[in-house]
Each structure stands twice: as structure tokens, then as C-alpha cells.
Design a protein around this ligand. Structure first.
Ligand code: ZN
Length: 181
């Protein structure tokens, strides 16, 4: 699916609005105007773009146009991330003059959760690959300096909490304090 990320702006006030569409820019502009008129009739949701439309001196230009392979839903997270980047960019460049009210995605937690769900297979594969490539290093055996037990290097923190290790550490400490070592 091809998505155009666009900037709607007011020539009079300098107000800007970022959005995305699968329509042409002209069709999207027409629907912004349509939505504004519907809202004036007491129906439909408010949109930040109305502040621009009501000035009646607007234009719409594309920021970028991207092809999203195998994506049928224009609310897909990958598309919303790009939309959010456009909104964030306009907020940085234009401050209060950016009139987007809603974010394309609301918080990083939601984004991360969705990302992990969508990429679960890939992450699993990657972990497996990483493990296979580094198995020797991960499972490397060492002998503990304190108690002489053979342990996996990666289990050192767990081992350091065992009673055997702690008791030997205490003994060793006493020997050092008494200048025996
Ligand atoms: Zn030990």
C-alpha cells in the first residue's frame, strides 16, 4: 500500500498539520474540508486541521511517499510510526503553530508491546542464532576463585549467592584479616 505523508498549512497564520493518506493529496484535502463542514453541522469528531481549514487560505504538500509491502491496513504500526515522526518534526519546527491534537501512537509502551508481538518470531530466531554462535562463550566453565566450584561463567551472579560460596568467602576474609594469607 502506498501512503503519502503530508503537511497541510495555512498561508495566513503559519499553522501546520501533519497527516497520512492512501488517497491523492487533493482527495485528502477535500475530505478535510468535508469533515470540517460535517463538524459545523454538529456531527463527526474534531480534528486539529479545522483551525487551518477555517482560515480558507490553505495548501497541502507531500512530506514523503512510501510503499508498505504486504500491509493492507493504513492503521498499521509501521505507518503510524512514520506519521508520528512527521507530527513530532512539525512540532519541533513550528511549536504551537502545529495544530495536530492526537498522536499517531500514544506511548512508547504501546509501541514496544506491538513491536515485540509483531517481531516475536524474528526475535526468537535471532536469540537462537545468537545462542548458537556464542554457545561456547556463554557456557564457558570457570573455577570459582573463592570456593573452587566449577561453574558456567554466565551463572556467576547466581553462584555468588549460594551458601557454599558465601561461607568460603567469610573463611577467606578471616584468614586475610588474621594475616594468614
Ligand atoms: Zn564460589
Amino acid at each position: 500500500m502506498r501512503i503519502i505523508f503530508y503537511k497541510l498549512f495555512c498561508r495566513k497564520t503559519g499553522l501546520v498539520y501533519a497527516g497520512k493518506t492512501k488517497l491523492t493529496l487533493q482527495e485528502r484535502l477535500d475530505s478535510h474540508i468535508q469533515n470540517y463542514n460535517t463538524f459545523l453541522d454538529g456531527r463527526g469528531d474534531i480534528c486539529g486541521s479545522f483551525r487551518i481549514i477555517e482560515q480558507e487560505d490553505y495548501d497541502i504538500i507531500d512530506i514523503k511517499s512510501l510503499e508498505f509491502a504486504n500491509i493492507e491496513d493504513d492503521r498499521h504500526i509501521d505507518i503510524r510510526i512514520h506519521e508520528q515522526l512527521c507530527i513530532t518534526m512539525l512540532r519541533e519546527d513550528h511549536g504551537e503553530l502545529c495544530c495536530n491534537i492526537k498522536n499517531a501512537y500514544t506511548n512508547m509502551k504501546e509501541y514496544q508491546q506491538e513491536w515485540y508481538i509483531e517481531n516475536a518470531e524474528r526475535i526468537k530466531e535471532h536469540s537462537k542464532e545468537y545462542y548458537n554462535e556464542n554457545a561456547d562463550r556463554i557456557n564457558q566453565k570457570i573455577v570459582c576463585d573463592i570456593c573452587g566450584t566449577e561453574i558456567s561463567k554466565r551463572h556467576t551472579p547466581t553462584h555468588n549467592k549460594t551458601d557454599k560460596h558465601k561461607q568460603n568467602k567469610l573463611k577467606l576474609k578471616k584468614l586475610i584479616e588474621n594475616n594468614i594469607l
